[in-house]
Design a protein around this ligand. Sequence first.
Ligand code: HEM
Length: 492
Amino acid sequence: MLFPYYYDSNIPQKLATTFSSKAPNCWESPPTGLVPSPLSPITGSKIWTPYATSLWQCSKIYRLSVVSKYEIMKTHDLAFSSRPKTINGSKLIYDCKDVTLSPYGKYWRQVRSISVIHLLSNRMVQSFRNVREEETALMIENIKNSSSSSSSSLVNLTDMFVTLTNNIVCRVALGRKYSGTKGGRRFKELLATLGELVGAFNVGDYIPWLVWMNRINGLDAKVENISKEIDEFLEGVVEEHVDRSKREDSYSVNIGNENKHDFVDLLLQIQPENTSGSLVDRDTIKALILDMFVAGTDTIFTTMEWTMAELLKHPQIMKKLQNEVREIAKGKLNITEDDLVNMHYLKAVIKESLRIHPPVLLIPRESIQETKVMGYDIVAGIQVFVNAWAIARDPLSWEDPEVFRPERFLNSSIDFKGHDFEFIPFGAGRRGCPGTLFAMNVNELALASVVHKFDLSLPDGSSGEDLDMTEAAGLIIHKKTPLIVVPTPYSC
Ligand code: HEM
């Protein structure tokens, strides 16, 4: 007989970290911390929940995840290569026609490869270099202007990072910025709500016959309104591109020529070839655009925000980074991407930030076939959460895991590319993040430019130790409070 188990190392994270060293080796004993949810027989839900009654059991759940990360993401990567289809995800993202939420299969392979070829490949990412450099220079100018125009010289750095990432993704995906327009500002707000709703708990996913409750508690109405507004905005974007393409004489891809064609242009080019049973229909185009915003903007600005917060908390690390950046960029007005190649400490700082503050606790996977994990039979359709947060703070893999110490990456080959399973902020395997290169290019340039151009301090002379490092709840774990700083321009 097959028993479904639900591996959840996410509950409760901090407790689990504290007690993990006391956990017995779960290879030797059955994972008693994982038992069927007492509700399962009543609800008929396929998901069985952890039923931890003691701290010891919590720690066992955690240990299990430490071992099973290889099992899930390497040994049985194919078996766990799908995503659970949720009610909110289906309603908000065109029936999960995007890359992130679509179930494993031919369609997912096709849309993932389209997104990589037309936006996320090394070649495409390099071709957007001018966009990154222009937008970063603009952000630096804005920081300078905001600090001089406000009497208290305070600057909301979180806002600056949000605008930067939004503008970059808008320019490369949609061909222009929308931040100055009313529609663009509303789209930004809608994306924030959409992010919350995609990750929000929907009782119908777990207890299907209680789905009616969403009509009473207002969730259904909220989801419908948001998806309608987002669809109107995206329709407008696609129509604008269709009109433009009709006017252009030649409609060939020209990556070398200042990205004459953006992501939407390229998606529209694919569309006519597949008229019957088209894989890339209008909804797919809108879903893929949305995917790039949902997966690509918050994750990037969150990394910048946490990195900067840790630098403010650790002035010696900030100084060491500034010395590296200012030495390499000596005599230059602006940092270019060529300068980044030799900024080894910068790369170590960002890695350490991703280790201690991974922006995503990994998106759930779902089993597509019967498989045996660690001696346990798992049926198809079981959700699995791999907790990147807990894994990257595991004392069995990391010395002083709670300490922010970039030096640990300096003489180490450990990278985030999905081969070193103690550090997987971008996931691993078939469903690993395809936007890693895109994200790191934006992150490195922005962070290096800020520390190059400014000395930063906290308002009212407060010290880094006072900085609020509380994490906000949600799919993307950003800082609960925005990062407000006092920037003093540094004369290069
Ligand atoms: C620091 C920035 C980023 C982080 C930390 C991050 C993290 C992740 C993680 C953890 C996953 C799930 C991996 C798994 O299940 O194994 C993922 C998936 C994904 N990411 Fe990212 N990501 C980042 C930036 C981006 C960017 C910039 C884009 C695109 C513009 C992007 C597009 C995607 C997509 C499309 C998927 C779904 C892949 C699939 O299911 O096949 N990400 N990301």
